[in-house]
Design a protein around this ligand. Structure first.
Ligand code: WTA
Length: 650
């Protein structure tokens, strides 16, 4: 039997396909063909259909200053107008925009009219504080209606938001505040997750004492816990109180299509996290378009993306895409395992969720819990409202895919395994659920119009069946526009000269010899993906060596992990003799806590190993490949002849 016969293929259900927004393979191919024949015409058509422009654009793509591409450059628009006012004007004012479920289970709903009013009040508050078009606002808040409204409020007045995930430490927050040069931070007193009240405002206070944040004029605080917190007179203000005094209308500020809608920091292989700069027009187009086609969103759907608004998935598929289409969506404050591991299934049942989008790590951990306890198994819930499932952030292994399909989707829901990145703004490779036959573990085919390919180190196409480097050959509307304040790093990171002007994704991939389907094989740079969270090995190494009283040298690599996909493994050379037993454990804990403080809990290594030295080449380079093998517990098969001190392997 050949592997081809062994691969299970799931063809779309005929009824689903017939009703789908992209209905059948012929429709998919027609869109690809349209893009191929007239690339700019294709994107211009969609930009006119999906985005409402204040001033229509006459230019589509400007490549004069490649790779600093411009899309729809003479058009003007407002993202918040497109997500809110436009829906109210279409008669959707009373439609539920957001169903918010708090950690403890309380439910709050807001309609489009209400969300527009709240957003406008927040926008008026920001204006009253002197925030103008182009100013940056940092948002450090948990999942909430207020968080979405704060982002929309920035967009409304042309301010550029930069959301920092609530799990990042004061130091990481400080770095981001400084790099953005923000004037304002919007935060909450606390966040509540898994039954615990966790500080947010006090972390902002600490960040602002660390230096470099002198531009911050005000901290606007949302009341979540209502507990007593320290407020600095003149600087800190309660956002709710200020908003209540403001008008519920605010004229949108019309911005050029390439005006930066947001900055979102993400890890690369070198240096500090980079501020990925996104546009307004092109970004919004792709967020809306992918929501419509990949998720097949329709008027009566209840859409739930479980990502946090601190990550790009929460930007595109909570704050912008579903709202731009006038959808109804869930915003969930809590965690999948509280009060028990049936929380997701219970919420799908309670809210009659029809489209569910989550990460493989969550699925894998819920599989474990369900297998141990029937009460939290999806079969104990009524999930019949579901019609489509999605996966994002990391490769989904076929076993988890099959379980998700059978137990969550009842065998009837297509799964869209969506490959994309912070930099791409929206889906790049993904099935069209009413068209693409699915193969577990493969993200299948390019989104219509996206020119992805697999090449070798010199940018030449490799044949199907052979692995290589994933690139995007042509600019696309929602692409990263720059790294905030560092154009040189932008060019170096994404448009290396040897790749013929193609965008370098940083992932390896392979296309199936028969189907031409893509499978992502993982990062080819020093970026780790732990539970779908991106981290640079260098960042974690710098955090370790910044513990100067203990650490002489450190190297960090990833190793495969059953639940989190990848786990952080650190090799540390201490300034003292090798510790053993309890002492080694105590030092490891100290280092983990230190990383928690420097970056955030998500970066804490699973393994910390101490050694007398790190394996290096004679020219002094750390041999990471070797460390990766050691981390995995593999036999060393690499050539170690270049190793400076072979004895160290022991
Ligand atoms: C990985 C998240 C395999 C990939 C939207 C990419 C995936 C990085 C998938 C981006 C997928 C994302 N299959 N790998 N469906 N989706 N990745 O910027 O390595 O947080 O480069 O964006 O996640 O992570 P980021």
């Amino acid at each position: 039997m050949t592997t081809e016969n062994q691969t299970k293929i799931y063809t779309p259900d005929a009824a689903f396909a017939a009703a789908a927004n992209v209905s059948g393979m012929a429709a998919y191919e027609a869109l690809c063909k349209e893009a191929e024949t007239d690339y700019e015409g294709y994107w211009a058509r969609l930009a006119r259909e999906f985005v409402t422009w204040k001033t229509p654009f006459t230019k589509v793509l400007n490549q004069d200053n490649a790779p600093f591409f411009k899309w729809f450059e003479d058009g003007t628009l407002n993202a918040s107008y497109n997500c809110l006012d436009r829906n109210v004007e279409r008669g959707l004012g009373d439609k539920t925009a957001i169903i918010f479920e708090a950690d403890g289970g309380e439910v709050t709903k807001v309609t489009y009219s209400e969300l527009l009013a709240k957003t406008s009040q927040y926008a008026n508050v920001l204006k009253s504080m002197g925030v103008q078009k182009g100013d940056r606002v940092v948002i450090y808040i948990a999942m909430s209606i207020e968080g979405v409204a704060a982002m929309q409020a920035c967009a409304r007045i042309g301010a550029t938001h930069s959301v920092v995930f609530g799990g990042f430490s004061a130091q990481s927050l400080r770095d981001r505040i400084e790099d953005t040069g923000a004037k304002i931070v919007i935060t909450a007193d606390h966040q509540v997750r898994g039954g615990k009240k966790l500080p947010l405002k006090s972390i902002v206070d600490e960040a602002l004492t660390l230096g470099g944040c002198e531009k911050i004029q005000n901290v606007l605080v949302v009341k979540r816990s209502g507990a007593e917190i320290a407020m600095t007179e003149g600087r800190d203000l309660w956002l709710g109180d200020l908003a209540a005094q403001q008008s519920t209308t605010c004229e949108p500020t019309w911005v050029e299509a390439d005006h930066p809608l947001f900055l979102l920091y993400t890890s690369g292989s070198t240096g500090k996290p980079k501020g990925v700069q996104h546009s307004t027009g092109g970004y919004l187009l792709h967020a809306a378009l992918t929501t419509k086609w990949t998720f097949d969103l329709k008027d009566n759907d209840v859409f739930w993306c479980t990502a946090d608004i601190g990550w790009v998935t929460g930007h595109s598929y909570i704050t912008y895409g579903p709202l731009a289409l006038g959808g109804t969506e869930i915003v969930f404050e809590g965690v999948p395992t509280y009060p028990d591991a049936g929380r997701f299934w219970k919420m799908i049942q309670d809210h009659k969720v029809s489209i569910f989008y989550t990460a493989p790590t969550a699925i894998r951990s819920l599989i474990k819990a369900a297998e141990a306890n029937d009460a939290v198994h999806p079969k104990s819930y009524d999930l019949s409202s579901l019609r489509l499932l999605g996966s994002v952030g990391e490769p989904i292994n076929p076993a988890a895919w099959e379980w998700y399909h059978l137990h969550v989707g009842g065998g009837r829901c297509p799964i869209v395994d969506t490959f994309w990145q912070t930099e791409t703004g929206g889906h790049m490779i993904t099935p069209m659920p009413g068209a693409t036959p699915l193969v577990p573990g493969s993200c299948t085919l390019p989104f219509p119009g996206i020119q992805v390919a697999i090449v070798d180190e010199t940018g030449n196409d490799v044949p199907n069946g052979q692995g290589g480097i994933l690139v995007v050959k042509k600019p696309w509307p929602s692409m990263i526009r720059n790294i905030w304040g560092d154009g040189e790093r932008f060019v170096k990171s994404y448009y290396p000269s040897e790749l013929k002007g193609y965008y370098l994704a940083g992932d390896g991939a392979i296309r199936d010899a028969n189907t031409a389907y893509f499978t992502i094989t993982g990062r080819i740079d020093d970026v780790l993906n732990v539970s779908g969270h991106r981290m640079g090995t260098m960042e974690i190494e710098s955090a370790l060596v910044s513990c100067t009283e203990l650490v002489a040298e450190a190297a960090v690599v990833g190793r495969p992990d059953d639940t989190t996909g990848e786990a952080v493994c650190a090799f540390v050379v201490l300034k003292r003799s090798l510790p053993t037993g309890d002492e080694a454990k105590a030092i490891a804990k100290k280092l983990r806590d230190h990383i928690g403080k420097e970056i955030g809990p998500i970066a804490k290594p699973k393994d910390i190993r101490f050694g007398e030295n790190l394996p290096k080449t004679r020219s002094g380079k750390i041999m990471r490949r070797l460390l990766r093998s050691i981390a995995k517990g593999e036999a060393i098969t690499q050539d170690t002849s270049t190793l400076e001190n072979p004895a160290i392997l022991d």
